[in-house]
Design a protein around this ligand. Structure first.
Ligand code: ADP
Length: 542
């Protein structure tokens, strides 16, 4: 008919379409995420507009509907959003308005053909991703506050058409005429799986039409965006169980909203139990990154690896929805969010450590992981040190470095520690005899990371951390309690004989005041690694 207008795509759209459609094989399911995100955005915008203008409000039961129709092999995504007028359709769907898409299109074009599929998987490609699964797309939309609808249609081949359409209410229908090899997207269970994966936490309800009925596909809560006062303890716990497949109660729930220079909401949990998957297996933080409620990735490493036991969601306005992997690594906004979130978690741990209460259960679950920060995170070292807890030769239960320092003897300058594979070995170690005899406290370390961090931390409150297995320790200024050690006659000749006999095995033999009951103990050279470190190096074959 004569009311149909045909338009050419902007040059960039043509190239992008071509690239997207031809380069992408494995990741094309992302089209659904892109279209659902657009639909949810449009509904959010309508809700917002209605606050400030006479535009009709978003109906209370508004939702995004995903309607697969096997008879016509079409998949329709409908929303009750703000809608697009004729000009909007031409400018939004006929040109590339977004800077992200332009960057994407340039990057993609510059990339080698074999690298393109993986590149596409890393970017969102917006509305045009529809052409990955459809050979024809029609968009019928009615803009809020108008009573005419328009239909945009294209086969993704360089041009599109615009003609008057019909739609009873404001909003948009996107009809995908699916390619023959994309019929999987007509299966409600497949769609359901995808929506759950990407959109479970969108605030707008999403329904999949199955046998003529709407079935809710997402929970639509985005709990983290609600004010704390509106959330019950049980809702927090429920959310915690859903996101981490946890069964326990969180040990800590951190929920806050940052406003001002940085805008994000965060809802984080420290689990009450150790996860079933040992934390050694995967060293990356899995805190989920959302942008405007939409799930983006759980690989943004929003927390350093030594806080990888923390679970939850960070949702920001400061990133585009189509944020790429490259951007995740380089964007200053994300670096600032990481810093803020890390700081907040440390503050929480610091407060809980001060209060005491149930800090020890946290420590028993995650202490060994937290300690990795001592050698991985130079800047945070001083904040981590007060969070540490230890077994000790002098007190029952757990003790902190500050408590140790408060118990130090007059004239004691170092914090003594001993590392071994387990607490049993530590308790019976001959290395402790001389310290016990002098009433000197020794911290007993048996986690696998304990061989590594004390040298890195170096000091606490100005006191050096000192391994008791180092040979250069001088305990002579502390009198042994109870016993008087007499000089033994002929000891020098005996030491000389041992030196000769063991010349190939040890670098030296000397008389020590570190032993009480045992005759001999191995110790490490002054400058080199301590004994536990030497054992680890030997085990590693070095
Ligand atoms: P982005 O959503 O990142 O801006 P898209 O290519 O996905 O990029 O969409 C381009 C524009 O088209 C959107 O910014 C929006 O203005 C408009 N648009 C897309 N889908 C809808 C929709 N369902 N309702 C209203 N506007 C939409």
């Amino acid at each position: 008919s004569e009311t149909i207008e045909r338009h050419e795509f902007g040059a960039e759209v043509g190239r992008l379409l071509d690239l997207v459609v031809h380069a992408l094989y494995s990741d094309r399911e992302i089209f659904l995420r892109e279209l659902v995100a657009n639909a949810a955005d449009a509904m959010d915008r309508r809700r917002f507009e209605a606050l400030t203008s006479a535009a009709s409000a978003l109906p209370a039961d508004a939702k995004v509907r995903i309607n697969p129709d096997k008879a016509t092999r079409t998949l329709t995504i409908s929303d009750a959003g703000i809608g697009m007028g004729k000009d909007d359709l031409a400018s939004s769907l006929g040109t590339i308005a977004r800077s992200g898409t332009r960057v994407f299109s340039q990057t993609l074009e510059a990339a080698k053909a074999e690298d393109r599929p993986s590149l596409i998987g890393q970017f969102g490609v917006g509305f045009y991703s529809a052409f990955m699964v459809a050979d024809r797309v029609t968009v019928t939309s009615r803009k809020v506050g108008t009573d005419e609808a328009w239909t945009w249609a294209s086969e993704g081949q360089g041009s599109y058409t615009l003609e008057p359409g019909t739609r009873a209410e404001p909003g948009t229908d996107i009809v995908l005429h699916l390619k023959e090899d994309a019929e999987e997207y007509l299966e409600p269970h497949r769609l359901d799986h995808l929506v759950r994966k990407w959109a479970d936490f969108i605030t707008v309800p999403v329904a999949i039409v199955r046998d003529g009925q709407d079935e809710a596909a997402n929970q639509g809560t985005a709990l983290w965006r609600k004010p704390k006062s509106e959330i019950t303890e049980e809702q927090y716990a429920e959310f915690y169980r859903t996101i981490g497949m946890n069964f326990d109660k969180p040990w800590a729930t951190l929920h806050w909203r940052a406003e001002g220079q940085l805008e994000f909401s965060a809802l984080l949990f420290v689990p009450g139990m150790k996860p079933f998957q040992p934390l050694e297996n995967d060293r990356q933080s899995k805190v989920r990154l959302h942008v405007r409620r939409m799930f983006i990735t759980d690989e943004a490493e929003l927390l350093p690896s030594w806080l990888r036991f923390v679970q939850g969601v960070v949702d920001t306005e400061d990133l585009p929805l189509n944020v790429s992997r490259e951007m995740l690594q380089t964007t200053p906004a994300l670096a600032r969010i990481r810093k803020a979130v890390t700081g907040r978690v440390i503050t929480e741990l610091t407060n809980r450590a001060k209060k005491g209460e149930d800090y020890e259960s946290f420590w028993e679950n995650f202490g060994p992981v937290l300690k990795e920060g001592l050698y991985e995170d130079f800047e945070r070292r001083a904040e981590i040190a007060p969070l540490l807890r230890f077994r000790s030769s002098s007190v029952e239960g757990w003790t902190s470095l500050a408590d140790y320092v408060s118990r130090m003897k007059d004239g004691q300058e170092a914090i003594y520690y001993l590392v071994a594979d387990d607490q049993e070995a530590l308790k019976s170690s001959a290395q402790l005899e001389g310290f016990r005899a002098r009433g000197l406290e020794v911290l007993l370390l048996s986690d696998h990371v304990d061989a590594f961090w004390p040298d890195q931390l170096g000091t606490f409150e100005g006191k050096a951390l000192q391994s008791v297995t180092k040979g250069n320790l001088d305990l002579s200024k502390f009198a042994p309690e109870g016993s008087d050690l007499e000089p033994v006659e002929g000891i020098d000749a005996f030491v000389a004989a041992l030196k000769t006999a063991l010349a190939d095995e040890v670098s030296g033999v000397r008389v020590t005041d570190r032993l009480v009951d045992s005759a001999v103990v191995l110790s490490a050279g002054g400058a080199g690694p301590d004994l536990q470190m030497q054992r680890l190096l030997r085990r590693a074959g070095r």
